[in-house]
Design a protein around this ligand. Sequence first.
Ligand SMILES: [Zn+2]
Length: 276
Amino acid sequence: MPEGDSIFRAAARLNEALAGQVITASDFRVPRFATLNLAGWTMTEVVPRGKHLLMRLVGPVDEEPGASRKPRALTIHSHLKMEGNWMIYQPGGRWTKPGHTARCILRTAVADAVGFSLGILEVVPTAEEEKIVGHLGPDLLGPDWDEEEALRRLLAEPDVPVGYALLDQRKLAGIGNIYRCDSCFLSGVHPALPVGQVPDLAKIVRDAKRLLGENLGPGRRSTLGPRAMRPGYWVYGRTRQPCRRCGTPVQHDVLAAPDGTEERDIYFCPRCQPAP
Ligand SMILES: [Zn+2]
């Protein structure tokens, strides 16, 4: 699952390349939209919302007599899930990923954007975007970030393990496994602790937001802060390596969803983050 900062960066790159550009050819390689042709439409902006990417377009004005002069507005909604990626190429440029994994191709005079292995790809009227992303909790990287509301949503189910609640995009949007694990570590909280028992939940949320914010630029992702000697993580992916604070080997385990339907990897220091 991608972190919100990957989506934020992808949206920024796509927006810089495509905003204001007219689509000269489009190709949707999913059955539902295989016949959709957005040639002549203008990309107005590309915005991230949690882990969702929204490309907004306005249609050409219909010249038919009697037709409405109001511009039509559509949104290409995509979600990268595990493997997805949007790449930008020179017009007609050679792709760097296998062609059979391309799901959406948008050509303009200045750049081609190709979405590979997208987990979700659909086109909806812009007016209906809320149906897609309206369920999301406050976006940690969004202009409308609301910490109080995020805490309220997290604490509405106090028995859910904090490590699970932080990934629930309906409570707050943007945290993936890396920032989930490392923000729990920074507070000395085991991911299995019920969220209602976390001594300072606001600190965990603020740390996750700070870590996302520190990783919006180019360069390798890191949770160790801008002054670290080299990029890296506190505990994520560091099974059996020494804890950076106490030297105890970092442990790997799985944390099941409260309803037992899914399990996700967790990493923690058994000394700094005692099991509940
Ligand atoms: Zn430790």
